[in-house]
Design a binder for this molecule. Structure first.
Ligand SMILES: Nc1ncnc2c1ncn2[C@@H]1O[C@H](COP(=O)(O)OP(=O)(O)OP(=O)(O)O)[C@@H](O)[C@H]1O
Ligand SMILES: [Mg+2]
Length: 393
């Protein structure tokens, strides 16, 4: 079902909401999660429309569309975005039908998704935890997208100066003298019902944790602006929901250990690492043009490395993440074979020191079991491989 390459099958208009540029199609369906941030931001600033096109390979992509089309205003009654209900019966109904709001491309169990939605409508502070590349940020963004509320995104892992990101800066002007300019975060917490994403909170500077301590406390809910003249504190508006993500697991020793008091302020939603079966269906869903036997092998490789890294006698410290399997399959789609794809996407993540005893050698052995020619030298005996495979099931 390949479309005419010159005509888009969906056209969207991009509009700012908080610090995010959301994309709405002509039916009022929110398409934000399908389009890259930079593309949406440019379209919102440039005031042009984006169209979804299909290339010869059957893959879709978005670009500027100048053609004639009438774009409706955002329609909040559409089922991909919903008003947040208030009555208990309505809330019950909302939570238990909310699985339809989960994007198809996000693999997450129904129970976990509903728990996440329930925590969001109940105004809980949510913390998504799990190892790297398991979908924490994706799930957090999906919740934010599913609720028709102003949303703000802050990547705290990338912030060098928490004070200016979360509070603001003091400036000097020759006419006005010293004055204080508030951060976008201050605007965000003063917006009733805003959903505020605090990505990579576990990597944030401890100063950021200290600043957030009172903001996240249900009994306090204020931000202290110690630099500001006059007002000392800013109240968090009613209905504001925080969704944070954190890498928490014993392999993340480089991530600062988060303060217990801060953790206590959150409802934890643990993202599950995908099973081999779920990984296979995700890869098949995302890469319908790639041989499904090869996709199945990629899922097997990931699953073998994951169970090995969890075993008592682990020879590798972490398993291949879903982020990596998705990247690897993108290479397969672009014509690289499994061996080549693994070489550039998987191996660099594993330590090469120690020669035949290195982590990289171990992972190579697993991958080579699934490569076509099978001619490579085996450094492990069959028993060892059988043991690794046995652990996976
Ligand atoms: N459960 C999942 N369902 C669908 N895709 C997934 C899932 N987990 C990971 N992915 C894929 O991996 C990519 C990275 O996921 P994401 O950024 O959400 O990981 P993360 O858990 O936030 O990782 P990090 O700890 O490094 O921040 C996604 O863009 C997606 O392609
Ligand atoms: Mg993330």
């Amino acid at each position: 079902m390949i479309n005419n390459l010159n005509t888009p099958d969906v056209v969207v208009k991009c509009e700012w909401s908080g610090n995010r540029a959301n994309a709405w199609d002509t039916d009022g369906v929110k398409r934000t999660s399908e389009i890259t941030t930079a593309c949406r931001q440019k379209a919102a600033d440039g005031g042009y429309l984006l169209g979804r096109f299909t290339n010869k390979g059957g893959k879709t992509y978005w670009k500027k569309w100048d053609g004639e089309v009438s774009v409706n205003a955002p329609n909040t009654t559409e089922n991909s975005v919903v008003d947040v209900p208030t009555e208990h019966a309505e809330i019950l109904n909302f939570i238990h039908t909310s699985y339809d709001l989960k994007p198809k491309g996000l693999m997450m169990s129904e129970l976990k998704w509903k728990y996440l939605m329930r925590s969001a409508v109940r105004g809980k502070n949510i913390m998504m935890t799990g190892p790297a590349g398991c979908g924490k940020t994706m799930a957090a963004k999906a919740v934010v997208n599913s609720l028709d509320r102003a949303d703000y995104y802050f990547n705290l892992g990338a912030t060098q100066d928490p004070r200016s990101t979360l509070i603001g800066n003091t400036h000097f002007d020759s006419t006005k003298g010293t004055f204080f300019s508030k951060s976008l975060f201050v605007e965000a917490i003063q917006t009733p019902n805003a959903v505020i994403l605090l990505d990579e909170l576990s990597r944030a500077h401890p100063d950021a944790w200290n600043i957030l301590m009172t903001v996240l406390d249900y009994g306090q809910r204020y931000l202290r602006l110690d630099e500001a003249d006059g007002s000392d504190t800013i109240k968090v508006a009613d209905g504001v929901t925080f969704v944070a993500t954190a890498n928490i697991g014993n392999e993340y020793t480089s991530t600062r250990v988060m303060d217990k008091a801060l953790m206590d302020r959150f409802t934890i939603v643990e993202m599950d690492v995908l099973s081999e079966e779920d990984e296979t269906s995700l890869l098949n869903y995302m890469f319908p043009h790639v041989d499904s036997v090869v996709l199945g092998n990629v899922a097997k490789i990931a699953s073998l490395t994951r169970s090995e890294s969890n075993s008592d006698t682990a020879r590798i410290t972490s398993g291949v993440s879903t982020r990596t399997t998705v990247e690897l399959c993108g290479l397969l789609y672009d014509g690289f074979n499994l061996e080549e794809s693994a070489e550039v996407s998987i191996y660099p993540q594993y330590d090469n020191t120690g020669g035949v005893d290195s982590e990289r050698t171990f992972v190579k052995q697993i991958v080579q079991k699934f490569c076509d020619d099978g001619s490579s030298d085996d450094l492990f005996n069959e028993d060892e491989m059988a043991e690794a495979e046995g652990d996976a099931s």
